[in-house]
Structures are given as C-alpha cells and as structure tokens.
Write a protein that binds this ligand. Structure first.
Ligand code: KIV
Ligand code: ZN
Length: 516
C-alpha cells in the first residue's frame, strides 16, 4: 500500500445489499461473508439493522463477535429504541460503530417524517448523543442528502459534529446526483461547515442512473475519505456503488487520487463469488473487474497485443483482483489436505471435521464427473454443502427425468420433507419445467416463478451449471441457487433452496420505510 492518505472502505453488502429484494441472508451466511470481507481488509462492515427483527439482531451480534480486524457497524434510525438495540448488538465487538440517520430533504421531512426542519435537527443531535453513550465511533447520515438543501445540510451536520459524530455520510439515497454536481456538494460542505475538520466525510451512492461509482469517485476527488459500497454493486433497486470498481479505480489511477485503500485486492474475486453464490444474484459476464469476461481478450488483435506486451490492452493484472493464474487447481487424486488448504486460501474455513468430510465427499463425486476442478467449482460446492447442512425443511433425495424427442418430458422426484420421504411426478414443457412441477406436487409452495437463469461456472461441456431461481409469494421474494454438472439437477437444487427460504419467512422492517 502507498503512503497516501487512507480511503476508508465501508462495506454495506450485509445491510443495504441485503435490502435488494430476494437477497436476504441467514446469520451464518452473513458471518461467512463478513469473514471474507475482513480478509479483503475492508475497514468497516455494516452488518445489518439490529432493530429490524430478532434475526437481524442476532446476525449483527454474531458478526460483531466473529470479526476482529474490521470495525463492525449497526444501522439505527434516529430513535432511542433503534440506537439501544444497535448498541446491544455491538457490545462484544472489538471495534463497533453505530450509524444513525434521519432524512433531511424537504420531500422526506414533509411527506415521510411529517417533521419540521427544527425537529429534525433536534432529533439528529439527540440520536448522536445517545449513540455516543455506547461508542465513540458514531456515524451520522442525512438521508436523501442528494435532494436536500445545502444550507440545511450545513446546519444539521455542524450540529451533529458538535454532538459527537465522527463520520458524516452523505447519501444519494435515490441515485439522483451526477458526478460534477455531487463532487461540488462535498467540496461545499467541507468548506462551509465550520467544524468540518473534526469529522471524516463519507459518501453513499445509489445506482439508479448508473452513476453510483462515478459520483463516489467525484466525491473522493473533492475530499471524501470514506466510501460506502457493496460487493458486486448489490443493493436496493439498481444497487449501490460497487466496491471492486471503486477500489480498483483508485488503485489503478493513483496519478489522480491523493488517497488509497488498504484492501488486499487479491480477495475481490473470492468475495464476489461468495456474495453471488449466497444471494443467488449472478454476476453479468461483462461486469467490470469481477465478470467472467473482464479479462478475456476475444479479438485477435487484442490477443496478439497482450501476448507481445500485456499493457497494450490491460490496465491491471487479473491476478491482482484474485483471478487465479493457474486455474486448474485440484483433480481426482487430490487429497483432503490439499482440498482444505485450497479452500482456506479461498477464505473458506470449516467449523468442524464433519463439514470438511461432507464437502470433501462432494468434491470426490464431482471429480469423478469432471476432469478438472477450478476455484469456481470449489466455491459452488462448498456453498451447496453448507446449504445442505443448514436446517432446511426440504431436501433432494433423488431425481429421475425422461426426455426424448417427440415425447413429453416426465420427472419423478423424491424429497425429504421435514425428514419424511415423499415422491411426486409431473410432466412439463421441458425437463426443468417437469422437475419444478414435480417438486410443487409435493411442497405446494403457492409461489410464482419470477426468474430462472443458468450460467456455466467454468468452460467446457463438463462444466457445472449454476442455476438461479427467483420465487415470489405475496410480495415476499427469495432467490435460490444450486450447482451441478447436470443442469436439471442444478435446477432442482436451486428451486428447493428457494422453497426452503420461502418456508421460513422472516418478519423484518425496512430501515427507510418500515415501521417497527
Ligand atoms: O441510501 C441511504 O440513504 C441509506 C441510508 C440509511 C444511509 O442507505
Ligand atoms: Zn442506501
């Protein structure tokens, strides 16, 4: 890392990322992601919104207990009950931060909060003081700052700094800002607020106009020293600023930035795969940094150039963001130790010998079907093993599908439903359709299929197919994921994973709209 000023990376994948419909994560999944973020050397991990539900509280508490090297943060509206709950969830953290917020735009104050500007200032100050009773590390956000009046922002922010806020986060909540204007807003705030030097300026940009990363970087050029972002740009609506794009832009363009992050960027691809696998949100192939094609040189001219001198067409090295050089990592004859060591390098640590054994036996099965096993295969396999080990009500026992030219496909499936084996059969327009109908003939989930997508995890016809299924029931959306060398089996796994999520609905409030 260079000796430049630090740029603090505040990752909100586990909080704002989780607000993306269908992206909800269990406590254990959050801990796994948090550990990977810690390995990436993220400075702050926003682990959730503790007052939202007992499950959210437990998840923040578990992350706070598991993470040692990053600050763990909990979100709280500017309300005593939210702040107390966040303080309690973070009690065992090595370093804990409370992030409290209240809206400051005219439209939010008038229509949502039904509060006067004076009341908003008073409540913001009160909230920061209360949060300071739990920790010195308090962050304040004027929600919808992107549409707030600058004079009012200056007034609120000056008051919360006096009350003890150490980070001022300026959110473009609805993704309305454009780069030159947003950069100018940060410059103005830093100039006009008399005690601005007592706090770190942060930004939190949404991607509704596709400008979240550009806006964040314009803010950094104007003195922001913390960026809030998510892995793969996951988040509400069009998402948040993508961590990997912010980090690599700043790193690659050190000629333009006076700061740098302390990230170990070689962990980026791991984190991306982990988040995608757990949430069931696939990464588009042409996504910057972490997309499968991000470093693929298709055209002959480019390939020729890269072979002669890499920098003719490459501005960064694939291995610097974690794409492995020698991608064939393990094979049929690899032993348990090589398997465990490679997974540790990928940031996966097993909790028990049983977990290692379960994953290793899956690895052996896969190695029988697939000649070369890549990192991507290993990660999919571990995600599958952990899903299976989790307390799921529905499990796949066996599947038989007949598909023949001119005949209607027929699927016969055996599921364990609450431990009891049940079988069902159905025909369908294709083998996947028949399989989903066969599952429904047993579970009768009452859901609607909203999305079905298949991605080959690696290249070659023996590649594993990674299937994502999105189901909806009465407005509750879930994503399921599953991988297998047989895409019909991968589809069944993915559908069953989604059904398991729908069978455990979690009552939780949304921080920005929900009543608690
Ligand atoms: O987008 C937003 O305004 C938020 C705040 C809670 C910071 O997520
Ligand atoms: Zn947000």
């Amino acid at each position: 890392m260079s000796a430049k000023e630090p740029l603090i990376i505040f990752d909100t994948t586990l909080r704002d990322g989780e607000q993306s419909p269908g992206a909800s994560m269990t406590r254990d999944e959050k801990v796994r992601i948090a550990k990977a973020l810690e390995k990436l050397r993220v400075d702050v991990i926003e682990a959730g919104f503790p007052i939202a539900s007992p499950g959210d509280f437990d998840a923040v508490k578990a992350v706070a207990e598991a993470v040692k090297d990053s600050i763990v943060c909990g979100l709280a509206r500017a309300l005593d009950k939210d702040i107390d709950r966040a303080g309690e969830a973070l009690r065992n953290a090595n370093a804990g931060r409370i992030h409290t917020f209240i809206a400051t735009s005219p439209i939010h104050m008038e229509k949502k909060l039904r509060m006067s500007p004076d009341q908003v200032v008073e409540q913001a100050v009160h909230a920061v003081r209360r949060a300071r009773q739990y920790t010195d590390d308090v962050e304040f956000s004027p929600e919808d700052a992107g549409r707030s009046e600058i004079d009012f922002l200056c007034r609120v922010l000056e008051a919360v700094i006096d009350a003890g806020a150490r980070t001022l986060n300026i959110p473009d909540t609805v993704g309305y800002a454009v780069p030159h204007q947003f950069g100018n807003l940060i410059a103005q705030l830093r100039e006009r607020i008399p005690n601005a030097d007592k706090a770190v300026f942060s930004v939190h940009c949404h991607n509704d106009l596709g400008l979240a990363v550009a806006n964040s970087l314009a803010a950094v050029r104007n003195g922001a020293r913390q960026v809030e972002c998510t892995i793969n740009g996951l988040g509400e609506r069009a998402g948040n600023a993508a961590l990997e794009e912010i980090a690599m832009t700043v790193r690659v363009r050190q000629d333009l930035f006076e700061c740098d992050t302390r990230l170990d960027t070689t962990q980026i691809v791991n984190c991306s795969r982990l988040v995608s696998g757990i949430t069931g949100f696939p990464v588009q192939p042409n996504k910057a940094i972490v997309g499968a094609n991000a470093f693929a040189h298709e055209s002959g001219i480019h390939q020729d150039g890269v072979l002669k001198h890499r920098e003719t067409y490459e501005i960064m090295r694939a291995q610097d963001v974690g794409w492995s050089h020698n991608r064939m990592v393990l094979g049929k004859h690899s032993g348990r130790n090589a398997f465990r060591v490679r997974l540790q390098e990928l940031g996966v640590n097993f909790d028990s010998e049983e977990e290692v054994n379960a994953a290793f036996s899956r690895f052996k099965d896969l190695a029988d079907k697939k000649h070369e096993i890549f990192d991507e295969d290993l990660q999919a396999l571990v995600t599958d093993a952990i899903l299976d080990a989790a307390n799921e009500r529905v499990k796949l026992v066996s599947l038989r599908v007949c598909s023949e030219t001119g005949e209607t496909p027929l699927a016969t499936i055996v599921l364990a439903l609450d431990g009891e084996e049940r079988s069902g059969s159905a025909t369908g327009g294709g083998p996947v359709d028949a399989t989903f109908r066969a599952i429904e003939s047993i579970v009768d989930s009452g859901t609607t299929l909203k999305l079905y997508s298949v991605n080959a995890i690696t290249s070659g016809t023996d590649a594993q197919g990674e299937v994502t299924v999105r189901l909806e029931k009465a407005g509750h959306i879930v994503n399921g994921a599953g991988a297998d060398t047989d895409i019909v089996i991968a589809s069944a796994k993915s559908y069953i994973n989604a059904v398991n999520k729908i069978l455990q609905p979690r009552e939780r409030a949304h921080p920005q709209t929900g009543d608690v």
